[in-house]
Design a protein around this ligand. Sequence first.
Ligand code: TRP
Length: 448
Amino acid sequence: MRTRILTGITTTGTPHLGNYAGAIRPAIVASRENGADSFYFLADYHALIKCDDPGRIMRSRQEIAATWLAAGLDADRVTFYRQSDIPEIPELTWLLTCVAAKGLLNRAHAYKASVDKNLEQGEEPDAGITMGLYSYPVLMAADILMFNAHKIPVGRDQIQHVEMARDIAARFNHLFGNGKDFFVLPEALIEHSVATLPGLDGRKMSKSYDNTIPLFGSAKALKEAVARIVTDSRLPGEAKDPDTAHLYTLYSAFATPTQTSVLRAELLDGLGWGEAKQRLFELLDAELGEGRERYQQLIARPDELEDILQAGAAKARKTATPFLEQLRQAVGLRSFKAQVGAAAPEKKKAAKAARFVSFRDEDGGFRFRLLAADGEQLLLSRAFADGKAAGTVSKRLQQGEALDIRAQGHGFGLWLDAEQVATSPSYVDEQARDAAIDAVRSALQLQG
Ligand code: TRP
């Protein structure tokens, strides 16, 4: 099985250059590697936990979807979807909620930080804390376990959540697995080499510091942001120290090694800051120009964006729907009708007891019958010239050869190596015929 990589992006805010260098660009590179099976999704249910402004939720989902696609994510190659388009996720969340220990969630950093803050301010411990915030790690576990992802690229603040997903998965496997593991135990993947970009003022680029450089805004906005980068007050002609200049750090995050060493030499040689900013602007403009155009197109055509995400959801649900059905079965949420089949022990015994009987017909031909447990004839073979030939065919059927069954009116034939080797009785109608086909299938699958 290929390694499945999955990560979610909470949809509050607009991605900036720091998100691009730190998360988006490396994720897209990883998705292009051979053997990668990547799931990227917009964690818009998670966004609701932090934000009660519908307009902002709506805008952010659109901007983030457009950003990833404009940055080069190939939606055909990866599975790219919105969390809220997968109804199986909240359903799985509930199944997991019922096995997640409350004590485990009490220890979640995000929740604990809110409690501590309340206590500091002399409030009730849980003042203003929603169940959404409290259960956040269970929803995240459902995101991960729904698709049995192996590796979860996340920031350090999320490691604990991935570990909780492991805990919850192991608990579910233990309770309901019956010797079989439903869930893969996921692991956090921390990219040490990934750049944390400095912002305009030299601190980590972050929306909360208001020091960001826009990603796919206009060229004008990019130029204005670059002009606001803080530098020291050395004049053109004076030597600059590249290692203390975050302008240089920003430049090197996007330049080739050769370009970087050229700028380094020039700064040491007295290149003016204004000129250095112009170089940085040109570099970023070249890297982002194409994506910016595609971004503007996608934002202008939300229908197209919607179609891409719907296709992604359909792809994700191909895995999620049948898997959730298995999980529902495992916990006991089964159809009453399925109880006919769920009386499995009897049926299995019956099927096991189905048997082959060989005999010689009046013309001296060698034949066999397949009889159900109750003695009812399911199949009659054609006549073979010798007992060995008949035996070989019945043996192959018992050994579970793929069954080629073809309906013929109210009966059916069984084919092997492009010839018909056995025939069923004729039944009263097609329904009875199909039931008999099922009986043959289960008889032959469970033989031996
Ligand atoms: N909580 C993550 C964050 O804020 C986003 C997220 C939601 C996520 N579900 C996930 C990340 C599943 C990885 C896997 O960064």
